[in-house]
Design a protein around this ligand. Structure first.
Ligand SMILES: Nc1ncnc2c1ncn2[C@@H]1O[C@H](COP(=O)(O)OP(=O)(O)OP(=O)(O)O)[C@@H](O)[C@H]1O
Ligand SMILES: [Mg+2]
Length: 454
């Protein structure tokens, strides 16, 4: 559908080599914006595997590039010289292991046409060795236009695999086994699949490679001795990004091509200039710092960019800080804060009373909390005075919303007024919640800030 959009985009006639001198009004046309967004989305969604889609992918980061070259060289050796290699790609989730592997496979497809036959398995999907071997047989049959037998046993499939490996070697074709979630294959009893694959690769009559991907850095330690001795012990590590790399990635994924491959050249230049400028803004740097504080994986950064792109104002045609702010808010949902935003005044009073009791290291059951609440009411004579019965209802509502919980961890009973409870929100969350709740009285915020927690 996006390709169709692209084809229609030629209506506005913006040539690839157009100059960047035009004003924003001239270069920001609906077709240019639509094609720009479509191009970036395609790139951000992770281009589908295959050589035909290589042009869409953005440049790799330095560390990724090193791993790409290393893997490319290993696999090329396997195809060109018939070496039987095995390698593990290890790194945390979302750091680009699958992306690099798919790019390597796509390059091999270009470089050695029809001499590579990838077989893809996933430890999550192929839950036991029997079903994994069946999947291997199925994929090999599909690739070589053979009829697949659904009823074949494990031994028959194994025999077929070994015969196929020999046949492929005779026709100088390398079978590349991709084992995603490799650690799950290694945790199976006897590691039959891994053993049989690696054992078959010991013979010089076969031509194959095994690439394992795992987010467990100790995945190789899970291998049995007989399997490890057949494994070549090569590992490529994928590390989380540095903060500078995050910005490099943002630049890479957000640049529209200006080499003529994108038809609206003038718009691409205008868009890129604006992106470079706003990525330097201080508030943008701070937003990215906060967003990546816990997780610096490229996948998370790419998710943020994708959402920001969805928020782009098509009339302006360029990204802005507001787009990223909205994207970051929608990705970083804070359920506790949202619950506090919608809490009633009485619920807020009870929470603050409870926080004060915790600060004084006193017991926190409903009776004590209500006493503290009454004490505050008497001292300051506010209009927010509620009866004990109503307060008990509000207290139960807080339990339901899991802002507080019984200390002993048991369910609710008739004696809930006497059982100790604990807060499930931090000081900071409560403070933010009070600030963001539209009905929270100023006095309550002041009690919270000044009396209990110094
Ligand atoms: N240089 C880059 N340019 C564009 N996108 C990138 C880049 N590096 C990483 N990404 C994006 O980051 C994501 C990485 O996801 P990928 O599936 O490769 O991670 P993974 O390491 O295999 O994770 P998992 O362990 O969960 O399988 C992809 O969506 C990819 O498009
Ligand atoms: Mg992956």
């Amino acid at each position: 559908m996006e390709q169709q959009d692209n084809a229609n985009g030629s209506l506005d006639g913006g040539g690839g080599g157009g100059g960047g001198g035009g004003g924003a009004g001239e270069v920001v046309t609906p077709a240019a914006v639509r094609d720009g967004i479509a191009f970036l989305r395609r790139r951000l969604c992770g281009t589908p595997p295959g050589a035909a889609n290589l042009h869409c992918s953005s440049p790799l980061l330095p560390e990724q590039d090193r791993n790409f070259r290393h893997l490319q060289q290993l696999m090329a050796e396997s195809v060109e010289h018939g070496y039987n290699n095995s390698v593990l790609l290890l790194g945390p989730r979302g750091c680009g292991k699958s992306m690099i592997l798919e790019q390597v496979l796509a390059h091999l497809e270009l470089q050695f046409k029809d001499r590579v036959s990838p077989v893809r398995l996933n430890g999550l999907l192929h839950a036991d060795d029997r079903c994994a071997l069946k999947e291997i047989a199925k994929q090999l049959c599909m690739d070589h236009h053979l009829v697949f037998s659904k009823t074949a046993s494990f031994d028959e499939n194994l025999k077929f695999l070994i015969t196929m490996l020999k046949e492929c070697a005779l026709s100088h074709k390398t079978v590349i086994f991709v084992l995603d979630e490799f650690d799950l294959f290694a945790q199976r009893a006897k590691q039959r699949l891994l053993y049989n694959l690696l054992d078959a690769m010991q013979s010089n009559l076969t031509q194959a490679a095994v690439v394992g991907l795992s987010c467990r850095l100790d995945a190789d330690q899970l291998l049995e001795k007989r399997v490890r001795s057949r494994f070549s012990n090569r590992k490529l590590l994928f590390l989380p990004l540095s903060f500078e790399d995050v910005f490099l990635l943002l630049h890479h994924v957000l640049m529209l091509p200006v080499d003529g491959s994108f038809m609206h050249g003038a718009y691409a230049r205008y868009f890129n200039e604006n992106t470079v400028k706003f990525l330097k803004q201080e508030n943008m740097v701070e937003l990215i710092r906060q967003f990546t504080a816990l997780d610096l994986s490229p996948r998370r950064v790419v998710d943020l960019v994708f959402r920001a792109l969805c928020n782009l104002d098509r009339a302006q045609g360029v990204l802005s800080f507001a787009n990223f702010k909205a994207a970051s808010n929608s990705l970083q949902r804070q359920p506790k804060l949202e619950a506090l935003q919608n809490a009633s005044v009485l619920e807020l009073y009870l929470l603050v009373s409870m926080k004060r009791l915790e600060g004084k290291e006193q017991e926190t059951n409903f009776n004590a909390i209500y006493k503290e609440y009454e004490h505050l009411q008497e001292a300051h004579r506010t209009s927010d005075h509620y009866s004990r019965q109503v307060s008990l209802r509000a207290f139960e509502h807080l339990l339901e919303r899991e802002l507080i919980v019984f200390y002993d961890g048991r369910g609710r009973g008739n004696t809930s007024e006497f059982r100790a409870v604990e807060l499930l929100i931090s000081n900071h969350e409560l403070q933010e919640g009070l600030k963001s709740n539209s009905v929270c009285p100023v006095t309550l915020q002041q009690w919270f800030l000044h009396e209990a927690f110094k």
